[in-house]
Ligand binder design. Structure first.
Ligand code: SPV
Ligand code: MN
Length: 626
């Protein structure tokens, strides 16, 4: 085999070659040469960090018809095929060497076999196409949190999306020299139809090679499957963080504004499509990030950075009343990629539950669309898909935080775990301690499935730290790492749970979407010991008077005792069943679960039973007050 550098010289024009040569990194050259040889692109474009290069990628995304230009300057629409509208968990596998004992709960295959298989699929896959090579950094530039990452893709849409979502890192690669600590991602589009969608769904693969810190994805277009730097590298980061002693979490990072201009940074882990983005985008607060955070101990506390610099958010339901800031930026000339919503006859994007009048017709993720059109199964096709999204750079948001790019990160005062839970947990609750929080709120998290992944929706699943889809080490070890990070800190971040989805027996939501802006303020006060609370068997809940005041201040709303009682009633049977389910899972499925998890759940169970005997099965918060 020729030397990597000779092969690259042969395959690239002078300009592209010199952009690579200057980086002077043997491992990088070898990686690129390997995939250039295997995928055989017609030409290679190297983004070397300039706006001119980004403009070229945007132009190619339109020319190649991966994106369609919309009326407002900078807006484009991208469509995925109707079989490729969400993360494909089944096709996403870790490649694990045969001598490594991997967690049987995770989806993995033998590394050699997997590599052989995917290399066969990738063979000549870029024939006649351009390979785009882009350099980024996961986390702020020049930060000890961060990881350089390189993406190879023959999709200008994937490249354009990453340019919005990640910080440019060509210069970071220059300073790497021959160091090998960087992530690598390859995406090969594969055969497409006239709508530019992958046709070989049976050959769809998303493989994560933990050994080589490399991800390979093919025959798919949906961002969650193709953007190597997003959930694919997140899986690599969890593996690396386990070795290096930090955490990679499925978390937003936001600054919550407290009294007298105080700002307290919180992180929040919610499963996909459960209110993570909308919480981080609350109009009175500051956003650092909405999806992925790296957490590290510094100066005796936990600090966090946003791994990304952009947002790949769900657009369904975004409306002027509940999401005023997003609404505004989504309607202004900005570099924004809409995906899988509808293009109206006015050439504007339209999505479900936007509060606007539904158009007569348009073009959407399934093709031509008219009002009332039904799919093959007789079901009405919505204007936009439930997992339709938008991609934008956070810098265009009016509420972006000044510390977004701070290489030191921000000090975390609180951590929130949120799930989609219709019948068990109260809207907001604080844990008794770090361990109690990690175990009963994080590690015990359950949530109903959503359209963010392929498969049935509305099923209650176990999802520790909202991160199960991305955990790439033994689950027990992952829980232990979470327990450990806060263990030796004298005043660790407070841990909370939220549940925006609690319903009454008739299936109606007990809260309005905007109520979360009150819970957030209460948690900020609690983190500074400035609000009282009622002690319950499961944690500390807000007092009625405090919420009444906050509802009036924040939302200018009257908050009734009746609402409070409905929302904060302790549901003992449901809480007991949950403990049983979670204990069962850890006992029977998760080898090596730390003993403290069982004892903490057992203690909580005892407290609940005691309360049941004293107060009955459903206890009003007023009866819990001493
Ligand atoms: C999620 O599904 O959690 C997302 C979008 O944030 S994706 O890129 O699909 O992961
Ligand atoms: Mn996510």
């Amino acid at each position: 085999m020729p030397q990597a550098i000779d092969l690259l010289k042969e395959k690239m024009n002078k300009e592209a070659f010199s952009r690579l040569e200057i980086l002077n990194n043997k491992k990088l050259n070898k990686f690129i040469a390997d995939f250039v040889e295997l995928c055989d692109p017609k030409d290679v474009f190297i983004h070397h960090g300039t706006e001119e290069d980004s403009a070229y990628i945007r132009k190619r995304a339109l020319e190649d018809k991966e994106e369609i230009s919309l009326k407002t300057n900078g807006h484009t629409m991208h469509f995925d095929s109707d079989k490729d509208l969400a993360r494909d968990k089944k096709s996403t596998r870790y490649l694990v060497p045969s001598n490594v004992k991997f967690d049987p709960n995770l989806n993995y295959i033998d590394r050699d076999e997997g590599l052989k298989e995917i290399r066969e699929i990738l063979k000549d896959i870029m024939k006649g196409r351009t390979l785009y090579i882009l350099f980024f950094t996961l986390g702020p530039n020049n930060s000890d949190f961060s990881i350089p990452a390189v993406q190879l893709t023959d999709s200008a849409y994937v490249a354009h999306s990453e340019l919005l979502l990640y910080r440019l890192g060509y210069n970071d690669f220059k300073t790497l020299k021959n160091k090998e600590r960087f992530f690598r991602s390859v995406h090969g589009t594969g055969e497409t139809d006239e709508r530019n969608n992958s046709v070989n769904t049976d050959k769809r693969r998303v493989y994560i090679d933990l050994e080589e810190s490399m991800t390979i994805s093919t025959n798919t277009q949906y961002g969650g499957n193709t953007l190597g730097l997003k959930k694919l590298s997140m899986r690599l980061a969890i593996h690396l963080s386990n070795k290096e002693g930090w955490l990679c979490e499925h978390m937003f990072v936001m600054g919550i504004m407290g009294p007298k201009g105080r700002k307290s940074y919180f992180t929040g882990a919610y499963p996909s499509a459960c209110g993570k983005t909308s919480t981080s985008m609350l109009a009175d607060e500051k956003i650092v990030g909405d999806d992925i955070a790296y957490l590290k101990i510094k100066k005796k506390n936990i600090f966090a950075v946003n791994v990304e610099q952009g947002m790949f958010g769900i657009i369904d339901g975004v409306n002027a009343k509940d999401d005023p800031l997003l609404w505004e930026v989504l309607h202004k000339p900005n570099d924004i990629i809409f995906s899988n919503s509808l293009i109206t006859e006015e050439n504007t994007p339209f999505w479900t539950e936007s509060g606007e009048e539904v158009p007569e017709r348009g073009v959407n993720f399934q093709g031509e669309w008219t009002r009332g059109k039904k799919d093959a199964g007789g079901k009405e096709i919505p204007t936009s898909h439930k997992n339709a999204r938008f991609a934008l750079d956070l810098s265009i948001l009016p509420n972006v935080d000044e510390n977004l790019h701070n290489p030191e990160g921000v000090e975390v005062k609180g951590i929130i775990y949120g799930g989609r839970d219709s019948d068990t947990s109260v809207p907001v609750e604080e844990a008794f301690s770090w361990e109690h929080g990690i175990i009963t709120k994080g590690a015990s998290l359950e949530s109903e499935t959503t359209a963010a992944t392929l498969g049935a929706v509305g099923q209650r699943v176990f999802n520790p730290m909202s991160n199960l889809d991305f955990v790439s080490i033994h689950i027990a070890k992952y829980i232990e790492n979470n327990l450990n990070i806060g263990k030796n800190i004298s005043d660790p971040p407070r841990i909370f749970s939220v549940n925006y989805f609690i319903k009454n027996k008739d299936g109606q939501f007990l809260n309005e979407k905007t109520d979360k802006s009150v819970w957030i303020k209460w948690m900020e006060l609690r983190a500074h010991n400035e609000a009282e609370a009622i002690t319950t068997p499961t944690g500390y809940i807000p007092k009625y008077e405090d919420l009444k005041r906050l509802f009036s201040e924040v939302l200018k709303k009257e908050y009734s005792k009746e609402d409070y009682v409905k929302q904060f009633t302790l549901r003992i049977p449901e809480n007991l069943s949950k403990i049983e389910r979670i204990t069962d899972i850890y006992k029977n499925k998760i080898e090596g679960t730390p003993e403290i998890l069982f004892s903490t759940l057992e203690d909580q169970k005892k407290r609940l039973i005691e309360y049941k005997e004293k107060h009955g099965e459903y206890v009003s918060p007023f009866d819990l007050e001493e």
